[in-house]
Design a protein. Structure first.
Length: 305
């Protein structure tokens, strides 16, 4: 197991089979940086093209199609004081008749991100909210592995490989699981958010550059269909699609498979458990594919097999 300190010099706006920037082994840790959704670095300088430029890809030795890549987010920290958001709700999250009431420009709001106070405080524009101050909850909005058959999928959307899911549960301490579709897996990450509500309903969280530390683990011969994640309390299965009900179907199916494969539950047991204990979280509902997360608390589960 090794620790790699990597300074990116190239960024990608698609997740695909791009040349790896670094080869690492299962069990290795990477310390690196990401730029914000508009390509601004820790100094506020634009160094990459929008949207959601990605650091990577990182090739994992021995990863082959049909394996699973586990990535633990060890440390996620905003790397500058100034973050931004859009100032209008997205047209697709309100009734059509209400859309003319929305702002029609691309104005931004600016936030002071204070790691010592652990807050993001609204600085401008002036509104009736005053200096609204929110606790930080950093997470990566976009990350994933290269998809199959040579695809390069835009970082504005998501699919089985991961991508732009904008789920605020992908925070520090969470382990995410991604289906390996190409040799080396080719892991990308970016689109740091200091804080965000469910759905990314304005098209942004508080967008900001990040200092990142993550650790990879390769699970040989373990095949999954959609991204998964877990923390100490919960299992989380992800579905990415549009319409929203299809994303929910993918997430529920992936959870059912997970409970069968790793916890030995048959469909009767799964139905009885999930129908009473499941929780659904909404990730991105702004971009071309929506994200739904099917979540169940581990305290209700038998010991994994």
């Amino acid at each position: 197991m090794a620790i790699h300190r990597f300074v990116p010099s190239v960024y990608y706006n698609t997740i695909g089979s791009h040349p790896p920037v670094l080869h690492i082994a299962s069990g290795d840790t990477v310390q690196t940086t990401t730029v914000d959704a508009h390509g601004r670095d820790a100094n506020g300088e634009v160094v990459a093209q929008r949207p959601n430029p990605q650091t990577g890809p990182f090739a994992i030795e021995g990863a082959e199609p049909g394996d699973t890549l586990a990535v633990r987010f060890d440390r996620l920290r905003p790397s500058r004081r100034r973050g931004w958001t859009r100032t209008s709700l997205a047209p697709n999250v309100v009734d059509p008749a209400f859309v003319p009431n929305l702002a029609q420009d691309d104005a931004l709001a600016w936030w002071d991100v204070d790691l010592d106070a652990w807050t993001a405080t609204l600085v401008e524009p002036e509104t009736r909210l005053g200096r609204l101050s929110l606790p930080l909850a950093p997470f990566h909005g976009c990350f994933g592995v290269a998809p199959p058959i040579g695809q390069a999928i835009a970082t504005s959307t998501s699919s089985t490989h991961g991508g732009n899911m904008d789920y605020r549960g992908f925070r520090e301490g969470v382990t995410v699981y991604l289906p390996v579709a190409v040799p080396g897996a080719l892991f990308f990450l970016g689109d740091g958010h200091a804080v965000q509500g469910d759905g990314e309903i304005s098209g942004t969280g508080v967008e900001i550059s990040f200092d990142v530390e993550f650790t990879v683990r390769l699970i040989k011969g373990k095949t999954i269909g959609w991204p998964r994640a877990e923390d100490d309390a919960c299992l989380m299965a992800v579905g990415n699609a549009r319409p929203l009900d299809q994303a929910l179907q993918h997430a529920t199916t992936e959870m059912a498979r997970w409970l069968e494969e790793d916890y030995g539950l048959d469909l009767l047991s799964t139905a009885l458990l999930l129908s009473q204990c499941v929780r659904y979280d909404v990730g991105n509902v702004y971009d071309p594919a929506y994200t739904v997360v099917c979540r169940v608390e581990k305290r209700w589960l038998p010991i994994a097999i």
